[in-house]
Design a protein around this ligand. Structure first.
Ligand code: ZN
Ligand code: ZN
Length: 419
């Protein structure tokens, strides 16, 4: 109690928001556990959508049910005029088994909320409830983006293409455009309740690489009568690594990882083809496009040197997630006002995973923040990571998450936190 009191003296409305978020913890926990038990994959999430609608029931929000996906846009209009700020929570799970042993573990075979998106939905619904309770003093609007299909299904782009940002004018005819967007992502790699982010690139682009090398098959004892694609495919894989280290500035890095090689059927048969799959990451648009060109050059050059043909396909995934620097600074400052500077960190480097909030940040200034979710009593260095079948997230961290979401909206609309 004493600590809360002194925090109150320091942070004014910040502490009030934390207390308000603490009041929502059981509400959020119940949503989170329901979703955790019944996880869904992709863009079609009927059960999840139903649970979100139940959570929003009775709140003064205008709900738009998206038609191309299970996305939900909920718009809260304050009693005072102002712009719109968007908060995003993704909702989808992963196609994998769960081995956490939790009593609310997944009841669906081979589907698990292993990236914590169940907590994102719960925190966003909690923030909607908190901000709805402040409707009478809210100078503007908050758009809550409940997004499906983050895990590779392009859910954010579907929602944007369906007109997510085309919010109507206010009742008096004044426009109220969306001027900023924020997202949180929970991670078991940071202590519970810790907030981290950075300006500029914060997550990588992710593209899929496939190449098929075609030679000429034959008897394994007489390779000179064939065009053996196996050693040449290996040469390409090695040369790609050399290309990455010799052609790119280490301060604007790229990762090319070949994860799968498919060749042959028997020990005495030289196959006609080898197919390789892998992933390409970058943290700038410039390097992303250059590495695509260099991959083609290396593969085609080496294939030609051995009289073979190679077909290189690069399937574009999510672009680089680039935080607007002033928005990231603002979000970190808001977080510090809530939880203190010991609980907030500026990331030295981006994370090489990818995120489709990148599409939102291509259109709007804003930032993506990481929220620590290591269970109490576990060292973050030893915690099972996001996407692990054993990952567990600390639900208490949702208090910080709800407070940060709400405060970002309040502060963006000009409501002071330090009163
Ligand atoms: Zn994930
Ligand atoms: Zn995720």
């Amino acid at each position: 109690m004493a600590a809360t009191q002194s925090a109150h003296d320091r942070h004014g409305l910040g502490t009030e928001v934390i207390a308000h978020a603490t009041d929502q913890l059981e509400f959020a926990r119940s949503i989170r556990r329901d979703l955790h038990k019944w996880p869904e994959v992709g863009n079609d999430l009927p059960k999840t959508r139903e649970r979100v609608l139940e959570a929003l029931e009775g709140l003064p929000v205008n709900i738009t049910l998206h038609e191309t996906t299970s996305g939900i846009a909920a718009l809260l209009t304050g009693d005072k005029p102002g712009p719109t700020v968007m908060l995003r929570g993704d909702m989808d799970a992963l196609p994998m088994p769960e081995d956490t042993g939790l009593d609310y573990a997944s009841k669906v075979d081979n589907v698990m909320h292993a990236c914590g998106h169940d907590t994102h939905v719960a925190m966003l619904a909690g923030a909607a409830k908190m901000l709805a309770e402040r409707k009478s003093s809210l100078p503007g609007r908050v758009l809550f983006m409940f997004q499906p299909g983050e895990e590779g299904y392009g859910g954010a782009e579907f929602m944007l293409n369906e007109g997510l940002l085309d919010v109507p004018a206010l009742a008096n005819g004044e426009p109220s455009p969306v001027t900023a967007a924020y997202a949180l992502h929970i991670t078991s790699a940071l202590p519970a309740g810790f907030i981290a982010s950075k300006g500029g690139p914060v997550m990588a682009s992710s593209d899929d690489l496939t190449f098929t090398l075609t030679g000429k098959g034959g008897h394994a004892s007489e390779p000179f009568r064939t065009l053996d694609p196996v050693p040449v495919a290996c040469e390409i894989v090695q040369a790609l690594q050399t290309m990455v280290t010799r052609k790119f500035d280490i301060f604007d890095p790229t990762v090319v990882t070949v994860t799968r090689l498919i060749a042959g059927t028997a020990s005495n048969v030289i196959p006609e083809t080898v197919t390789a799959h892998g992933t390409i990451r970058a943290i700038s648009a410039k390097t992303r496009s250059k590495v695509h060109d260099e991959i083609r050059k290396v593969a085609e050059g080496i294939a030609a040197a051995h009289d073979m043909k190679v077909d290189v396909t690069i399937e574009l995934g999510y672009p680089v997630t680039v935080n607007d620097a002033p928005s990231a600074d603002f979000a970190l400052d808001v977080s510090e006002a809530l939880v203190g500077n010991q609980q907030v960190g500026r990331m030295p480097n981006p994370v090489m995973g990818a995120e489709d909030f990148s599409y939102v940040l291509e259109r709007l200034p804003g930032a993506m923040l990481f929220l620590g979710g290591t269970p109490h009593g576990v060292d973050p260095r030893n915690a099972a990571p996001n996407h692990s079948n054993r990952v567990v997230f600390e639900e208490d961290a949702m208090v910080t998450g709800m407070a940060v979401y709400s405060s970002l909206a309040l502060r963006t609309l000009g409501v002071p936190l330090n009163t």
